[in-house]
Design a protein around this ligand. Structure first.
Ligand SMILES: Cc1ncc(COP(=O)(O)O)c(C=O)c1O
Length: 425
């Protein structure tokens, strides 16, 4: 190693730059890669900014009071608005409305909540069970903080409870350690776009309880649902002791970089402590904008925005069905992504990373290769042998993001992708 690099912390040598962050640097006409929100309330944000400007102009004391450091856990005003929203939207017994605002933890993006949850729970070698494939900002962070990922198989409905239970049992036996965390994206998972049926949510919660595992229920896409919302696993956690529930404003209000979570009390205290050392507090000005947006505008804006995403999804799905070679794919009921993978061995031999660079990019198309959704190291549960094997990566899979470009562009882009796949698979 270059001697100058020896100064770096060990993790820097083990962990590459995020594939999605890297791909964001390449703009293409048919951009089906990063999950950028393409439908935002473009008229409302300037309106809120003007409202705020008038308020600050009217009295300089307002500026002094608000252009300040804030509480580490977030401004009370925003926490009250979001406690009320969670209560109405998610029906959690433990959040009965604005009065329970102190149970809400505001973070700088829900990525920070996920990071903090791992930071306060993981000791070197601790086991974490995740879907295969899974959100890369989670699986890579597990490795960064010293944890050990074991992936469990998924189908078109997400994690399969029987296999999750067997993964826990076999991983504990194989590595002589307890599984500490089960990671679940219940609604419109990233990357597969799957939504867990209610029955599976109940089964997974019971498994977690039985094996004393903490659940991280990541609800980043909760507001982006095309169908009726299903109750989170957090609703089953009546005593608030098992599920860390994280949600985000990013998909409907991307530039604010705000996440909000509900944690068991003992974890909330530790998470707030950890956050105090990471960023002291989340910017107060973005929290103020969010407070106004969620209080006054979101209910009227969201149906318009979600309908547009649904149309983009419908265009992507139709183009996929009509042009792609034989494969397995999902039909999301929300969120930003469809997953496609070839049948059989090609799921593990076709290299979408190479295909992206050598074929798609020159043709103005870009997707995220399936291999991006695996940790840099770890293991997989193999349902065929019902045991733990070296990490098995679906290199032939791809995440097709339909959120950023218009439905007409999605249609052309996905058809191009299908034709290029047929030529190259
Ligand atoms: C499943 C999932 N969780 C968490 C995040 C982080 O979201 P943010 O930090 O923008 O709130 C993302 C972002 O894409 C995601 O897809």
């Amino acid at each position: 190693m270059d001697p100058i690099r020896e100064i770096l912390a060990n993790w820097t040598q083990k962990i590459p730059e995020s594939e999605i962050r890297r791909l964001l640097k390449n703009k293409t006409k048919y951009y089906l890669a990063g999950g950028l929100p393409g439908n935002l309330p473009t008229k409302i944000f300037p309106k809120i900014l003007r409202e705020l400007a008038d308020y600050y102009d009217s009295d300089s004391q307002n500026v002094i009071n608000e252009f300040q450091y804030g509480q580490t856990a977030g401004t009370p005003a925003l926490r009250k608005v979001l406690a009320e929203r969670i209560h109405r939207r998610d029906g959690l017994d433990i959040i009965s409305g604005a009065d329970d605002w102190e149970k809400i933890l505001i973070t700088t993006g829900s990525q920070q909540a996920v990071y903090i949850a791992l930071d306060i729970l993981i000791n070197p070698g601790d086991l974490v069970v995740t879907p295969s494939p899974a959100y890369l900002g989670f699986v890579t962070t597990v490795v960064k903080v010293g944890g050990h990922v074991v992936t469990a198989p998924t189908d078109a409905d997400g994690l399969i409870p029987d296999y999750v239970e067997d993964t826990i049992l076999k991983a504990e036996k194989e590595f002589g350690k307890k599984v500490k965390i089960l990671y679940v994206v219940e609604d419109s998972d990233n990357p597969k776009g799957t939504t867990l049926p209610v029955k599976r949510r109940e089964q997974l919660y019971n498994i977690a309880e039985q094996h004393d595992v903490i659940v991280i229920a990541d609800s980043a896409y909760k507001e982006m649902q095309f169908e009726e919302k299903r109750p989170s696993m957090k609703t089953l956690d009546k005593d608030n002791e098992r599920v860390i529930y994280t949600s985000s404003t990013s998909k409907e209000a991307a530039p604010l970089r705000l996440g909000y979570s509900v944690l068991p009390d003992f974890l909330h205290t530790e998470a707030e402590k950890a956050k105090g050392y990471i960023d002291l507090c989340t910017p107060t000005i973005t929290q103020r904008i969010a407070e106004i947006y969620y209080e006054k505008y979101i209910d009227e804006q969201l149906p318009i925005i979600v309908q547009k995403y649904k149309e983009q999804k419908d265009a992507a799905y139709k183009a996929l069905v009509e042009t792609f070679p034989e494969g397995d794919f999902t039909n999301p009921t929300g969120g930003f992504f469809i997953w496609w993978q070839p049948k059989g061995e090609k799921a593990y031999t076709f290299d979408v990373r190479k295909f992206n660079q050598e074929v798609l990019h020159p043709n103005e198309v870009l997707v995220v290769p399936g291999s991006a959704f695996y940790p840099p190291s770890g293991h997989s549960y193999d349902p065929e042998v019902r045991g733990i094997e070296p990490l098995k990566v679906i290199t032939g899979g791809m995440r097709i993001g339909y959120s950023f470009i218009s439905k007409d562009m999605v249609d052309v882009g996905v058809r191009k992708l299908g034709d290029l796949l047929k030529e190259n698979l």
